[in-house]
Unconditional design. Structure first.
Ligand SMILES: NC(=O)c1ccc[n+]([C@@H]2O[C@H](COP(=O)([O-])OP(=O)(O)OC[C@H]3O[C@@H](n4cnc5c(N)ncnc54)[C@H](O)[C@@H]3O)[C@@H](O)[C@H]2O)c1
Length: 416
């Protein structure tokens, strides 16, 4: 049977190979897992359906799964995040890829359905579009799934709460070695990267509004502050708002922040965080970007309605004319700025995220039939094992508790 794939251009494979090898150099934890997996063939015979950003880091994960004996079917978790050369490189490595950069919504879902048509037994998702599409099918035979991001976990928990989840899912996002590094340092740096590549603005001296002070928002605010921006945070959670205040940021409602911001970045996982009444009071030249999972955080239909016309003035920059003297700029169609406008997270953090994915896949296979239809955390041994391995491979040693310290820390009798 013909090897099935749908990508832009297979001739881009050499470029994709070089880029993926560059990323591999900075992914030593995944490399060590790959060595073990390929020796022990821990995923032999398993069909894996994956819906992930098709980046150089994902290439290294997909190859790891393949070398462990799995058959991998991959589609994109965002229409704008596919690197076409990586897709070609993966096809050359006998990984079935169905994706191209800039695909429309119809193709996006037809690629997801294509992956599901191969009856995968394990689903690896980023945002839960693959899992939720699978849930609409009548017959599925899936041993489990893994979920990469916060928004996907929200959707899975909703399925679980409503008694609709049809197989166990491992919440990879919630592993400490994932969100503490990937969401914070990864999104922090790569969002700034996306902003700079798309606009080439000077960040120093700008008023920078970060919506949402979760893991991603903390990272974006920190990096913007480091480059000299005057950062404002907006929140709905009092605890996180307080944390932002004590971290040295101004905190205020988005309505207030809208009047002063030069750059707005949403990182909430929520909908219509910036909307009509906010666009109306924004300053001339304000720039709007999103690094939350879906393109719903900035109310784009409202922006379209409000504007008298729009022009694409740079590759990922749309100018909306609100009035004669006021223009607003939307980046990357409101989609993940760090992936659509740059290359996503650096491999050093994806090393840990994807180590969690690979180990979670092995765990699901080993636990086949033993898990309930629930959202599970990544087992602690896996999470801590990845942290220890990352440190070791970075050549960093830490102290160990002495016997006396262990006794002291587990005792209630020893006080002043
Ligand atoms: N760009 C990327 O590569 C990338 C990486 C990881 C996660 N994500 C996505 O980024 C989003 C945020 O992830 P996270 O891990 O930081 O989540 P999180 O839950 O840690 O933080 C989200 C924060 O947004 C706040 N919030 C919700 N609604 C709000 C509103 N209307 N106004 C202001 N604040 C609001 C919440 O109170 C919370 O503190 C999710 O969609 C996630 O999937 C993107």
């Amino acid at each position: 049977m013909k090897f099935d794939y749908e990508i832009k251009d297979i001739n881009l494979a050499t470029k994709g190979k070089l880029l993926s090898e560059w990323a591999a150099n900075q992914m030593p934890v995944l490399a060590s897992i790959r060595e073990n997996f390929s020796k022990n063939k821990v995923l032999t015979g398993l069909r894996i359906g994956a819906c992930l950003h098709i980046t150089t880091e994902t290439a290294n994960l997909a190859i790891t799964l393949k070398m462990a004996g799995a058959e991998v079917y991959l589609c994109a978790s965002n229409p704008l995040s596919t690197n076409d050369s990586v897709a070609a490189f993966l096809v050359k490595n006998r990984i079935h890829v169905f994706a191209h950069r800039g695909e429309n919504a119809r193709d996006y879902y037809s690629h997801i359905k294509k992956v599901l048509s191969y009856r995968p037994q394990l689903l690896m998702d980023d945002g839960a579009d693959l899992v939720s599409t699978a849930h609409k099918e009548e017959k599925i035979n899936i041993i489990g799934g893994t979920e990469e991001t916060t928004t996907g976990i929200h959707r899975l928990r909703s399925l679980e709460k409503n008694g609709l989840l049809r197989f166990p899912v491992i919440a990879v996002n919630d592993a400490n070695t994932k969100h503490l590094f990937d969401n914070r340092y990864g999104t922090g740096q790569s969002t700034i990267d996306g902003l700079l590549r798309t606009t080439n603005i000077l960040i120093a001296g700008k008023t920078f509004v970060v919506c949402g002070y979760g893991w991603c928002g903390r990272g974006v605010a920190l990096r913007a502050k480091g480059m000299g921006a005057n950062v404002i945070v907006t929140e709905v959670d009092p605890l996180r708002a307080l944390e932002a205040v004590m971290d040295g940021y101004r905190v205020m409602p988005i309505k207030e922040a809208s009047k002063t911001g030069n750059v707005f970045i949403t990182t909430t996982g929520d909908k219509n965080v910036i909307r009509k009444e906010h666009f109306k009071v924004m300053k001339e030249g304000a720039i709007l970007g999103n690094s939350g999972h879906f393109n719903v955080e900035i109310d784009i239909p409202a922006l379209e309605n409000l504007s008298q016309g729009k022009t694409r003035i740079r590759e990922q920059v749309e100018e909306y004319r609100i009035s004669k003297n006021r223009r607003l700029y939307l980046l990357a169609e409101g989609r993940l700025l760090n992936l659509a406008g740059a290359e996503g997270h650096p491999p050093t953090v994806m090393d840990m995220s994807f180590a969690n994915q690979a180990k979670a896949a092995e765990y699901l296979k080993k636990s086949e039939g033993k898990l309930a239809k629930m959202v599970y955390p990544v087992p602690k041994e896996i999470d801590e094992g990845i942290a220890s391995l990352k440190l070791k491979l970075l050549g960093i040693k830490i102290d160990a508790l002495t016997k006396q310290q262990k006794t002291y820390l587990s005792s209630w009798t020893l006080g002043t």
